[in-house]
Write a protein that binds this ligand. Structure first.
Ligand SMILES: [Zn+2]
Length: 126
């Protein structure tokens, strides 16, 4: 299990390194094509590239921390309803899309829960 975690982390780090390289080479190429760019234009070009790396790191990190599934946990340790405090009932994994800075969107897998009393549904934060 722990070994699996290490492998997953290595894989994530490799992906992030690859994206970082794309930021660097992308900026070099862009600079060659825009030798007279203003400070503002350079900033925009850099932000565009960094936002992709940022979104990917955000998604990967959030996914890794949500992998601990609370479905099998005893009732007392399960997340509770924000309205009434009852332990939530798991409704399985659902995909959630979040808009983040830089016009990027990330996708998260979360265990969705409903409250047996209020009947409301929530994605408990992890
Ligand atoms: Zn409730």
């Amino acid at each position: 299990m722990e070994r699996q975690d290490t492998q997953d982390r290595e894989k994530l780090a490799a992906g992030w390194r690859e994206l970082s390289e794309e930021v660097i080479s992308g900026m070099r190429e862009w600079r060659d094509g825009h030798p007279k760019a203003t400070f503002r234009e350079i900033e925009t070009a850099l932000d565009e590239r960094l936002s992709r790396l940022r979104a990917q790191m955000l998604q990967d990190t959030a996914l890794a921390s949500s992998q601990a599934d609370w479905r099998e946990q005893p009732k007392a340790e399960r997340p509770t309803c924000p309205e009434c405090g009852s332990p939530l009932q798991s409704r399985g994994q659902h995909t959630r899309h979040l808009a983040v800075d830089g016009g990027q969107e990330i996708t998260l897998e979360r265990t969705y829960g409903t409250c047996p009393k209020c009947k409301g549904g929530v994605f408990p934060p992890r």
